[in-house]
Design a protein around this ligand. Structure first.
Ligand code: ZN
Length: 198
């Protein structure tokens, strides 16, 4: 991904330096470097963004422009939407800024052999926490069933169906919002009887 490929095939005579932010980004995964932020994401359990997925999204995804967020590629496969945000696309050194997954079709995702139920619940839970960052969302957490922990705000969280909170498997604290998860550092093991933090 970080390796630069030649640009001979691109746009004939127009030099890369003459590109503007409004020019559609190239669909050559090899042309993009990765931000440190995105490298970290690639290593995190439960994000479901990998280099092959990013490459496929850049090659096949729908291209969208947003005046504040810039260019993004978006691809739906097996009920899951992959989004890849790119930057510096007017320069010879474009980057993958970030990427994430969302459930596009619950039934398609649950019916696909590519995803386990745990995967689909994880993607939905992460998206709900992010979309409602400052809200406590027990009603959105309650249907979720995630037994393989994933990281949010430095905590590794899981939840059982019927529980209106997520619980950190390291510190044992319980949370109901992303803001609470990000606002309290994980100090590892504490008393398992500690009440809900937020
Ligand atoms: Zn914790």
């Amino acid at each position: 991904m970080a390796a630069k490929h030649g640009k001979q095939s691109e746009e004939g005579s127009s030099a890369p330096s003459r590109r503007t932010p409004c020019d559609p980004p190239v669909r050559e995964p090899g042309a993009y470097a990765l931000t440190d932020h995105f490298r970290q994401r690639l290593r995190q359990q439960g994000r479901y963004v990998s280099l092959p997925v990013v490459s496929e999204t850049i090659v096949r995804g729908q291209l969208r422009w947003n005046s504040t967020a810039g260019w993004r590629f978006s691809l739906v496969d097996d009920g899951i939407r992959f989004t890849v945000v790119v930057g510096d696309t007017e320069t010879p050194s474009p980057v993958v800024v970030t990427g994430w997954t969302e459930v596009e079709s619950w039934s398609a995702a649950m019916g696909s052999p590519r995803w386990t139920a745990n995967d689909v619940h994880t993607i939905q839970l992460r998206a709900d926490l992010s979309a409602n960052r400052n809200e406590r969302i027990p009603s959105l957490i309650r249907p979720r069933d995630v037994d393989r922990p994933f990281e949010v705000g430095g905590h590794r969280i899981a939840t059982d169906a019927g529980a209106g909170y997520v619980e950190c498997v390291d510190c044992g604290r319980r949370f109901r919002s992303k803001a609470a998860l990000c606002g309290r550092r994980c100090y590892g093991a504490v008393s398992p009887t500690e009440p809900v933090s937020d």
